[in-house]
Design a protein around this ligand. Structure first.
Ligand SMILES: [Fe+2]
Length: 383
């Protein structure tokens, strides 16, 4: 069967690579718009560093710093208006997944007519977006190398996905120094998000041999590094491993897509405010348990990548160890044992399951196709 691997983003990786941003942005024009969150890039000094590098290469710089976590339709529209007013040539997303995704939406609206809602879905975008430079300050989203932007639709209470190669960043600058200022909970939640990308992409029905290599490497790195990332937040070698692993996982989902961990997790974020990675973490063991019979060999490989001994075991036994390894890792990094602990109520689960089951694309990517009842059951088991 044919398979596709697609990864068009140029990547500059390494300590102090942030210094390259001015020189690189200048290749795209004279006016740069930085899209970032409300305060953390300012506080950490990374925003100033980007501005300095840009101005020293004679770029005119404007800053849109209103992006909230889980960016809304409104914030993307507001950012696009601002970008048009300053006639930006290049959009720089600086921060976690939220500013990078907002930057993608803004860059898209600079070259495509209409509203951001017109582009929800897969391959709806006609024209290439303005060039995007993505600079992650967390190690998790992988958005710096993906064709996806996730925008929150508060009216419909849905996370809407824009999926188009036209918003794949032209350049990703990955400087591990930028990820040093993260609090422990952010390291845990974003790290688990990256792990969920590697796993969902690896077992996806659209997985491909190139992505599989990257996924397994990513799983090995995260399983090894994540506990230490939290206990030694200033260890630059560990930060570098996590940033690298999260980028690899982003490359994996760029071609293979994600599955129902993401599809189900979105509702825990929308209705209970759980950060994206935490929502995924709470669902991951039970989704894996459900999915493993859809592709036992791959779950066996995940168990091995997470450090379990699988020789001499049947494929089924070995596959099950991936769930054991996941529970152990989540326990080590302080993820709550179930959704009850973060306030999720039983009575909301049936509605969530119904809405998830309408997402045909996502269900097709999942290695085992669940019924609405099975989705609800996975939610319940994750309580
Ligand atoms: Fe994610």
């Amino acid at each position: 069967m044919e398979s596709v691997f697609y990864s068009p983003t140029r990547i500059i990786f390494g300590e102090e690579s942030l210094k390259r941003v001015g020189e690189e942005a200048r290749k795209f024009g004279e006016r740069a718009l930085i899209v970032t969150g409300k305060s953390s890039s300012k506080k950490s000094g990374s925003l100033d560093e980007v501005v300095n590098s840009l101005t020293s290469h004679n770029l005119q710089v404007e800053i849109f710093n209103k992006v909230e976590p889980d960016p809304s339709i409104g914030i993307v529209e507001e950012g696009a208006k601002f970008a048009k007013k300053c006639a930006a040539d290049v959009v720089i997303g600086l921060g976690g997944g939220s500013p990078m995704d907002a930057a993608k939406g803004i860059a898209l609206l600079m070259t495509n007519k209409g509203e951001i809602t017109d582009y929800f879905g897969t391959d709806k975008v006609k024209e290439p977006a303005l060039p995007i430079i993505a600079i992650p300050t967390t190690a998790g989203t992988g958005s710096e190398v993906t064709k996806y932007a996730v925008i929150t639709d508060q009216k419909k209470m849905l996370k809407q996905i824009i999926g188009t190669p036209h918003i794949n960043p032209k350049l990703a600058i990955l400087d591990p120094l930028l990820t040093l200022s993260m609090p422990a909970s952010l390291i845990a939640n974003t790290g688990v998000d990256a792990l969920s990308h590697a796993i969902e992409g690896y077992v996806s029905t659209q997985a491909n041999p190139v992505g599989d290599i990257l996924a397994l490497k990513s799983i090995v790195l995260i399983a090894e590094a994540l506990p230490g990332a939290i206990s030694q937040p200033d260890n630059l070698k560990i930060r570098e491993k996590m940033l690298f692993a999260s980028m690899l996982a982003g490359m994996v989902i760029n071609s293979a897509g994600a599955g129902i961990i993401h599809g189900m997790g979105y509702f825990i974020t929308l209705h209970y405010g759980a950060p994206h990675g935490l929502a995924n973490a709470l669902l991951m063991p039970e989704v894996m348990e459900f999915n493993l019979e859809g592709n036992p060999l791959k779950f066996r490989n995940i168990a091995e990548a997470m450090g379990k001994k699988v020789e001499g075991l049947s494929e089924k036994e070995a596959a099950h160890l991936s769930v054991v390894a996941m529970r152990e890792l989540l326990g080590k990094i302080g993820i709550p044992r179930g959704m009850k602990e973060i306030g999720v109520k039983e009575e909301s689960l049936a509605d969530f399951a119904k809405t998830v089951s309408k997402n045909k694309r996502l269900l097709t990517l999942n290695p085992r196709r669940p019924t609405t009842e099975e989705i609800e059951e996975i939610y319940r088991r994750s309580m």
